[in-house]
Design a protein around this ligand. Sequence first.
Ligand SMILES: C[S@@+](CC[C@H](N)C(=O)[O-])C[C@H]1O[C@@H](n2cnc3c(N)ncnc32)[C@H](O)[C@@H]1O
Length: 231
Amino acid sequence: MPDPKAVNSMFARIAGRYDVANHLLSGGLDFQWRRRLVRRVRDARPNRVLDLATGSGDVVFALADGLPPSVTLMGMDFCQPMLDEAVRKQARNPAWSRIEFRQGDGLALPLPDSCFDVVTVSFGLRNMADRPRALREMRRVLRPGGSLFVLEFSQPEFWFRPFYYTYLRFVLPAVAAVVTGDRSAYEYLGGSIEQFPERDAMTAEIRRAGFGEVESLSLTFGVVALHQARL
Ligand SMILES: C[S@@+](CC[C@H](N)C(=O)[O-])C[C@H]1O[C@@H](n2cnc3c(N)ncnc32)[C@H](O)[C@@H]1O
């Protein structure tokens, strides 16, 4: 499991270049993955949404664009420089002013029980030091009948794995070194992606955290999985 201090300082180092690297290294697919998430969240008809591990805010901004204006949104992350990026971007669009950004650790959320209809976590769970505990915290802040959405890398279909793992091991750190100046951060990220559970194993992990019905969707040949879990 990742060391939280190292993860926090790594994201602090790359915060200013995170978005550019993200769009470039995913070949722009991150926009498509977020759109799929927003569509699913909209179908859940929430009133209050928490985007955990919000980072520089792209997911919570997409949610603000795709959900009715009456929906309250909060973005939470434990890395202040990533949140600073989110707040800087928020100033560009008045429609995003309804988002509240707060610093907080996914392993001990500074939030009361049962206060959100939906919790989303995108490409963040993989970086948390204790996944079962993080999932239990997400369950705690959800109201009964609420939904958790986990958008995360997964293990792709077998035929695609040789290309994908070659990309993760060699291409991703090399390109990231040029874009962010921090090759080691992306060597860690590539490694963490390869070690992350497959889709069915993730479903089982979410169930063990106390969720009932769990549904999963494979995106881009299984490179990414979207899990929806109901309480
Ligand atoms: C890869 S970024 C994802 C950011 C954003 N969700 C996105 O999709 O672009 C992972 C984020 O998880 C955050 N994170 C990692 N561990 C965390 C924890 N224990 N509590 C809160 N945030 C955490 C990091 O600070 C980082 O901003």
